[in-house]
Design a protein around this ligand. Structure first.
Ligand code: GLA
Ligand code: ZN
Length: 707
């Protein structure tokens, strides 16, 4: 498998982070010391200029880049590359004073005052003009600099603007989307409800907090518009840079499961995915293992934005942050563990916020490699330096990728729709959590899953789980049907296929758009349970799964019933079903008659390693169950898909990266106690020793084994 090097020039991992020399221009001694310390810590890249606009352009049209040039030169001379940011994430005071339209308007229609960051209007032509000027100057001045590795667009895009320019753009966006036909919009948004009919696009306002919030189609389109408009703003910046430096890759740093922007769509505008990871280590509400495993899911989400390519851990803290409710230090060993977890999950960088703590303002106490004491003789500095060395030892991993034949469907549009739907339980929808738990259950069986938007063509995958896909995009149902008919193992759950892409309910039985036929069932009602309510799914072999939160009442058309409810007025009715689609009729074993009850163990299936599945299967699970109990179903699906599983000790995480010259197994121990793994053979890159079967991982230990 060919390597996908993000930075062929570097030939190793990027190890570095946000560096703000502009805060220290009056301290040349410190700037010089920084370079010495960076080399000592094994730093080979820094991210510059994220918030440097006021230093670049202290007054309109007056530019100063000499300082940056000097710094980039010196860094490069010392083997340190630059990721250069565009400064649009925060504006100088003169800009807002001269062009107030750059300042965002809140959801109550009130213009912000100057200040803060990440709060510009995405539409303002003046702001776009000013951003283009500064971006162009940066590209012209530094585009050919040998130290320039990549462009970092703005910073952590987020938020909405309700200003008149944005409102106008929203109306134009809608006009285009609905073919200039207001009645098309009225129909899609079901505006006859509460007399909310629009006569023209000019009447449409965004969902102001003190305005229209009951038209779900409006809310959804406003989300989509904001995401589209942010992407458009980002592309405005990218175009300027690509015009001058087409060969320099671009990224924008994303945030953990951020709901405000459709990252799956924005990913298409970027060359490389990068994200900022700040888990709450050692908190008081979950185990450390849980924190780490949940973080693996977050990496999985980001990696899957461009499957088959490494991503970047753009920010992480070397010690603590300053914005969690409680800012706890990472315990010894955790810096190495969390950083190598990112690498295990597919990152080719470990980067920090921030290199050196500033003296004042809001982030003065945010963790950094270099503290206010300026010393290299600190626990944190030593941790970082140790990691720098380890990254050097495991450098052959760079450019290798994660690959899998299993997929989890997780979708931003669906997030917006399901959370806005006035239905189900207020607290118990937990769409993201539900997806994560399923992903983790597979992961703990040694199965990696790509996390994909719902209209992805599933060619190349053999197993897919579709949890709570309330909203179907155009093409989603078709993809799923094709997937099963070609032999895919598919599981969908309660809350699937209720509404179309405009959030209009399907008529004629859920799940809509042909999925009711695919699964051979109709979901007729959904029972939302109170938190203390329980039901059960009972199976013919006597096993039971506990049901919480949601239970749908199914009418079976032509599926096999695998399990039925154990309690309440719907006791005995179907809760888990399967409909089979023989792929190769000569195999002659698929196609059990509909309606016949059977246990999971009775399922016909191909054994792992055979030529291919004899039948595609469409499972429908009508209720929320614990993923641990669902394991038997997952294992059955994996067997039928021919995907191997493994038994890992509790709290041990295993990821694999594939490359042309070898396969790299990452084993991470999230326990404070040592564990011994068996059957591990190959060269362990961190110690340089060969593993011949047994491999011991110490407290929070990590091993990287080349098979
Ligand atoms: C974000 C920002 C950084 C910094 C860190 C602090 O990720 O991008 O500028 O504020 O948070 O954790
Ligand atoms: Zn605006």
């Amino acid at each position: 498998m060919e390597k996908k090097m993000l930075f062929p020039r570097v030939g190793g991992f990027l190890h570095g982070g946000d560096y703000n020399p502009e805060q220290w221009l009056d301290r040349p001694d410190i700037l010089e010391e920084d370079v010495r310390l960076m080399k000592k810590a094994g730093i080979n890249s820094v991210t510059l200029g994220v918030f440097s606009w006021a230093v670049y352009e202290p007054a309109e049209g007056e530019f100063h880049f000499e300082w940056l040039e000097e710094i980039m030169d010196r860094l490069y001379a010392n083997g340190i590359y630059t990721v250069l940011a565009t400064p649009s994430g925060a504006r100088p005071a003169w800009l807002d004073a001269a062009y107030p339209e750059a300042m965002r308007v809140s959801s109550r229609g009130v213009r912000n005052h100057h200040g803060g960051r990440h709060n510009h209007c995405m539409s303002s032509p003046k702001y776009r003009e000013k951003v283009a000027i500064i971006d162009r100057k940066l590209a012209e001045r530094f585009g050919k600099h040998p130290g320039l590795l990549m462009w970092h667009i703005s910073n952590e895009f987020s938020g909405m603007c309700f200003c008149p320019i944005c409102v106008k753009r929203f109306q134009e966006y809608l006009e285009k989307k609905f073919d200039h036909d207001i009645e098309k919009l009225n129909h899609a948004w079901w505006t006859t409800f509460w007399s909310h009919h629009y006569n023209s696009f000019e009447q449409i306002e965004p969902p102001y907090e003190n305005g229209e919030r009951s038209v779900l189609g409006l809310n959804l389109e406003w989300q989509r518009f904001t995401s589209w408009n942010t992407d458009d703003f980002m592309n405005h910046e990218i175009r300027v840079l690509k015009d001058i430096t087409p060969e320099i890759p671009v990224t924008a740093n994303f945030m953990e499961l951020f709901g405000g922007l459709d990252y799956q769509k924005m990913a298409g505008s970027l060359d490389v995915i990068s994200w900022d990871s700040y888990p709450r280590f050692h908190n008081d509400y979950e185990s450390f293992q849980d924190t780490m495993f949940r973080n693996a899911f977050q990496h999985g989400v980001m990696r899957s934005l461009k499957p088959g390519k490494p991503f970047m851990l753009m920010e992480s803290t070397p010690s603590l942050v300053n914005w969690h409710p409680y800012n706890k230090l990472k315990r010894p060993g955790v810096h190495k563990l969390a950083s190598l977890q990112a690498v295990a999950c597919g990152s080719d960088t470990v980067q920090y916020f921030q290199w050196r703590k500033g003296r004042g303002s809001a982030e003065q106490f945010h963790g950094a490699v270099v503290d206010h004491n300026g010393s290299e003789d600190t626990r944190v500095f030593r941790d970082v330096a140790e990691l720098g060395e380890i990254l050097g030892r495991i450098a052959p991993v760079v450019g290798t990728v994660v690959r899998t034949r299993a997929a989890l469907i997780f979708d931003w549009d669906n997030r917006w729709a399901i959370h806005d739907a006035q239905a189900f339980g207020g607290q118990s929808k937990q769409y993201e959590e539900t997806c994560m738990k399923i992903w983790l259950e597979f992961h703990k069986m040694g199965v990696e899953m790509d996390i994909l938007r719902s209209d992805t063509d599933l060619e190349g995958y053999d197993l897919a789980v579709v949890p709570m896909l309330f909203m179907l995009q155009k093409g989603t149902a078709e993809n799923l049907i094709r997937f099963v008919k070609k032999g895919g193992q598919l599981l969908a759950t309660y809350c699937t296929g209720y509404v179309d892409e405009d959030q209009l309910c399907y008529l004629g039985g859920f799940p809509g758009d042909g999925l009711s036929d695919l699964f051979g069932i109709v979901d007729e009602e959904i029972d939302t349970l109170y938190p203390s309510d329980r039901n059960r799914i009972v199976f013919p072999d006597g096993t039971e799964w506990e049901v919480r939160d949601y239970a749908e009442l199914l009418r079976v058309k032509d599926a096999r019933i695998l399990g039925t409810y154990g309690d309440d007025f719907y006791e005995g009715t179907p809760a888990l079903t399967c409909k089979e689609y023989p792929v190769d009729t000569s195999a002659g074993q698929a196609g059990t008659p509909a309606g016949q009850a059977g246990s999971l163990a009775d399922q016909p299936g191909t054994s792992a390693g055979s030529a291919g599945p004899s039948a595609g299967r469409a499972y429908y699970l009508a209720a929320r169950c614990s993923t641990a109990q669902m394991r038997s179903l997952f294992l059955q699906m994996l067997r039928d898909a021919g995907i191997p599983t493994e038994d890992l000790p509790e709290g041990v995480d295993h990821h694999v990266r594939y490359g042309e010259e070898g396969t790299y197994d990452f084993y991470l121990n999230y326990n404070t106690e040592p564990v011994t793994l068996s059957g591990v053979k190959g060269l362990e890159l961190i110690s340089g020793e060969r593993a011949e079967g047994a491999l011991e991982l110490g407290r929070y230990g990590v091993a990287v084994v080349r098979r």
